[in-house]
Design a protein around this ligand. Structure first.
Ligand code: GRF
Length: 200
């Protein structure tokens, strides 16, 4: 069993895609050992609780220093005994100390085809706004290993999504989630848990 800790900040639809893939039997040999959010009001925590999973809120606001927050986060990851850490819509900048600890064992999903529309400041709707502004006809999502840079780690999986005439950032965001993110993230975990060949 691969123990997986999922770090979230918001709605948790990517977390839900992982949970659904486990329920459908498509993702085997995986146990979600903790869901951790920096945002106590994250709906992702509610999704985790409903499943009876360990759901932890670790908010920087509860700590006097950034270092103390990072220490608490690392401690929670260690306690979860995670073999793999999945950043599923996690808006926290992960410190180098944690990245080093989980090198090769931490993945992130980003809602564009890296190296387009990624790096510092590219998160949430901003990514899709910029893709529309540039006029690309194809966008998508990427799952990559996390290294010390922002969205710079080795790419594990990518999936393309068509940009359509009249798309708004919201409409495009939804299509990228439905057609790419929710498929890619469970698949990436499956590749790692079950040593499958990556292809999409
Ligand atoms: C997704 O677009 C993901 O790619 C990005 O943040 C969003 C999270 O959505 N990193 P959710 O919380 O999984 O619904």
């Amino acid at each position: 069993m691969l123990k997986v800790a999922v770090l979230v900040s918001g709605g948790g639809t990517n977390l839900q895609a992982i949970l659904d893939a486990i329920d459908r039997g498509e993702l085997q040999n995986v146990e979600i050992s903790a869901v951790i959010s920096n945002n106590p009001n994250s709906y992702a925590l509610e999704r985790a609780r409903r499943k009876g999973l360990k759901a932890l809120s670790i908010s920087p606001k509860e700590y006097e220093t950034r270092e103390a927050f990072h220490e608490a986060l690392l401690q929670a990851l260690k306690e979860s005994m995670a073999d793999l850490v999945v950043l599923a819509g996690c808006l926290v900048v992960i410190p180098e100390s944690i990245i080093r600890e989980y090198k090769g064992r931490m993945i992130n999903i980003h809602p564009s085809l890296i190296p387009s529309f990624c790096g510092t400041g590219y998160y949430g709707l901003k990514v899709h706004e910029e893709a529309l502004k540039r006029g690309v006809k194809v966008t998508g999502a990427t799952v990559h290993f996390v290294d010390e840079g922002t969205d710079t780690g080795p790419i594990l999986l990518q999936k393309a999504v068509e940009v359509k005439e009249g798309d708004t950032p919201e409409v495009l965001q939804r299509r990228v989630m439905e057609e790419a993110e929710w498929i890619l993230l469970p698949k990436a975990i499956d590749i790692i848990a079950n040593e499958r060949k990556g292809a999409c």
